[in-house]
Ligand binder design. Structure first.
Ligand SMILES: Nc1ncnc2c1ncn2[C@@H]1O[C@H](COP(=O)(O)OP(=O)(O)OP(=O)(O)O)[C@@H](O)[C@H]1O
Ligand SMILES: [Mg+2]
Length: 303
């Protein structure tokens, strides 16, 4: 499939990749494809932001190019670098051969052969399957100068390499940016994008996600797991469990042949859902049982 014709179709094609997508998210994905606008996704950790880009590239049959952001990321690591070591070798070889033509050597040293393409440049190269999906992941980890640079790159999809000239994408890539909101991303960048806050899924959708991602789990166990995790998210924790944790936990329980949840099983497997000692300590003793009771109560009230 190369084109999504409707919101329903977006929902369906992501579903075929095992990505359970609500109507609101499917709508912004559809609009982003239709209007050719970057999609900016914000949300808590482990709610499926990165996975959307993966599912979308698989569904559209496009290449996925990922730019993982980190503190100190600069334009050269994001766009291109010259292969300095290989250039040195070429210079030495030319010198050893004697009488090297300096001008020819200069041109050769700054040709495609010595260019290391980084994600942003790669994403601007033509691809026989159509423009790639460019995932700019965890943008909040970079600093403002890089954001400003990105703003430029995203507005005209072209890169200028002094020695080679300007390279322009024949067709702009499908851009997805994600942030965990450890800091606010600048308004100017957000303005260029369509925005969606990826929230924790509701009960029904999270059970559906387990059906897709932990299919061996029984319906009963899945419902209990989801009800418990959802109850846990209402507690005052340092780090609430995301969907990734729900899936991990279900798989741990399956590996242990657990049929249904009990306070003992929960205590033994808490490390799959909570990753901070303070949070784990908070669930010791009767707390796990209290939350489990609360979860079972909601299960009885949910059809
Ligand atoms: N709606 C969904 N449908 C299917 N799987 C999902 C969904 N949401 C999350 N997942 C699963 O949860 C896991 C975590 O998702 P992902 O890595 O995309 O989270 P994230 O939001 O990028 O988290 P982080 O902020 O930590 O990077 C993945 O394995 C993904 O398969
Ligand atoms: Mg991610």
């Amino acid at each position: 499939m190369t084109e999504a014709q409707s919101i329903d179709q977006v929902q369906q094609m992501l579903g075929e990749q095992g990505y359970v997508c609500g109507r609101a998210l499917a709508t912004v994905v559809f609009l982003s494809l239709r209007l050719g606008r970057p999609l900016f996704l914000e949300g808590e950790a482990g709610v499926g932001k990165t996975e959307i880009a993966k599912a979308l590239s698989a569904a559209l049959g496009r290449r996925l190019i990922r730019l993982q952001c980190y503190e100190g990321l600069d334009a050269s690591s994001a766009v291109y670098e010259w292969n300095f070591a290989a250039q040195m070798v070429a210079i030495r070889t030319a010198e050893a051969a004697g009488g090297a033509d300096r001008a020819a050597l200069q041109t050769e040293l700054f040709s495609d052969e010595f260019l290391i393409e980084r994600p942003l440049l790669e994403a601007m190269r033509p691809d026989e399957n159509g423009a790639p999906v460019l995932l700019i992941d965890e943008l909040d980890r970079t600093d403002e100068p890089f954001e400003a640079f990105l703003l430029e790159a995203l507005s005209d999809f072209q890169v200028t390499i002094p020695e080679l000239g300007t390279i322009k994408a024949p067709e702009p890539p499908i851009v997805i940016l994600t942030s965990n909101r450890t800091r606010e991303v600048h308004d100017a960048l957000k303005r260029r994008c369509l925005y969606h806050w990826v929230d924790y899924p509701d009960f029904t959708r999270e059970v559906e996600i387990l059906r897709a991602r932990a299919p061996e789990a029984s319906e009963k166990l899945s419902r209990e797991v989801v009800a418990f995790v959802q109850a846990l998210r209402t507690e005052d924790l340092f780090k609430k469990p995301g969907v990734a944790e729900t899936i991990d936990w279900a798989n741990c329980l399956l590996a242990l042949d657990v049929i249904d949840l009990s306070p003992e099983v929960i205590a033994d497997t808490l490390g799959a859902i909570l990753k901070y000692q303070d949070d784990i300590a908070q669930l010791q003793g009767s707390e796990a049982k209290r939350i489990l009771d609360k979860a079972k109560q909601t299960l009885e009230e949910t059809p």
